[in-house]
Write a protein that binds this ligand. Structure first.
Ligand SMILES: [Fe+2]
Length: 200
């Protein structure tokens, strides 16, 4: 039986102030993210029970809950790791070279990513698309609508209202600007290298 757990934030709740408030991080991590972890565990339990009983009538809705809540857990985990109080720099090394190769320049990538973040109903993601062997920005609604099969998330920005509304109200653009003040490329770079090693 699966038993997913909520990892603690990799920094203190107030570590990203003034860009993201302590209050928002507490609600976002302890309530919203925890909810996706619980939802994933509960959907897996339903699936296991259904297999045991041989009754699959509500398995499709449980599988939808796995996709939704599982993606919610995976992306929040990446989001926390995509930021740090020491962030705010541009990417370096192989990932920086690849961004230039696939998007023409860092500025072009950033402009496209910001535009995605303004339009998404869930997440802006930078992904490594293993089918085409290239980086892409992806517009994700909820946690799982808009995914491209075979893509591996590298950088995640949560633009659900719970992510910014308390701090910025409807000014989502200000939140996106502030994300870039705390973005930390260390984990995204490691993920990129891992993905490329596996598929290139
Ligand atoms: Fe969120």
């Amino acid at each position: 039986m699966s038993d997913y757990e909520l990892p603690p934030l990799p920094y203190d709740y107030d570590a990203l102030e003034p860009h993201i408030s302590e209050q928002v991080l507490r609600w976002h991590h302890d309530t919203h993210h925890q909810g996706y972890v619980n939802g994933w565990n509960s959907a897996e339990e339903t699936l296991a029970e259904n297999r045991e009983e041989g009754d699959f009538s509500d398995s499709p809705s449980a599988i939808r809950n796995v996709t939704h809540n599982g993606s919610g857990h995976i992306l929040h985990d990446l989001f926390w790791q995509s930021m740090s109080p020491d962030g705010g720099d541009e990417p370096q090394g192989d990932l920086a070279d690849r961004i230039e190769e696939d998007f023409d320049s860092y500025e072009a990538w950033k402009g496209e990513f910001e535009s995605v973040a303004s339009a998404a109903g869930g997440w802006a993601l930078l992904v490594y698309d293993s089918f085409s062997n290239q980086l892409r920005n992806v517009v994700v609604d909820k946690h799982d609508q808009g995914a491209l099969w075979g893509s591996h998330p590298i950088l995640a920005l949560d633009v659900w209202e719970h992510s910014y509304y308390h701090d910025y109200g409807p000014a989502r653009g200000d939140f996106i600007d502030n994300f870039f003040e705390v973005v930390d490329w260390e984990e995204p770079s490691a993920r990129y290298e891992q993905a490329v090693e596996q598929f290139e």
